[in-house]
Design a protein around this ligand. Sequence first.
Ligand code: NI
Length: 136
Amino acid sequence: MPQCAVTRRVHFNAAHRLHNPGRSDEWNQATFGLCNNPSYHGHNYELDVTVAGEIDPDSGYVMDLGRLNELVEERLLQKLDHRNLNVDVPWFRDLIPTAENIAMVCWRELAPALPPGLSLHVRLWETPRNYVDYAE
Ligand code: NI
């Protein structure tokens, strides 16, 4: 069967602070710089959600992108959009909300909801110049 990868791009706004409470203020400042600002700061995140697998001969789809968008909305965006990631989102109670960790959490929340036989890859853009890729 022919294989194909399909991608839905979604957007969310969120605030965060990069801070490791197990390390000193000096370490945090040296490691995270402006991102350690105690008053938080925001990003306009873009998330590319890519699903890969066989093209279904009946529908011609790998996966209905409308259905994928619904899953992303329910599982990710309702919990992340317009939130303070450190304060409002339990996923980051004990996890520093770097782009790497946000991408990992998005993958782990979404992967179990996908139809069987499909692989998932996420790309999180934190700025127009910085992105991270995650897949397990
Ligand atoms: Ni930041």
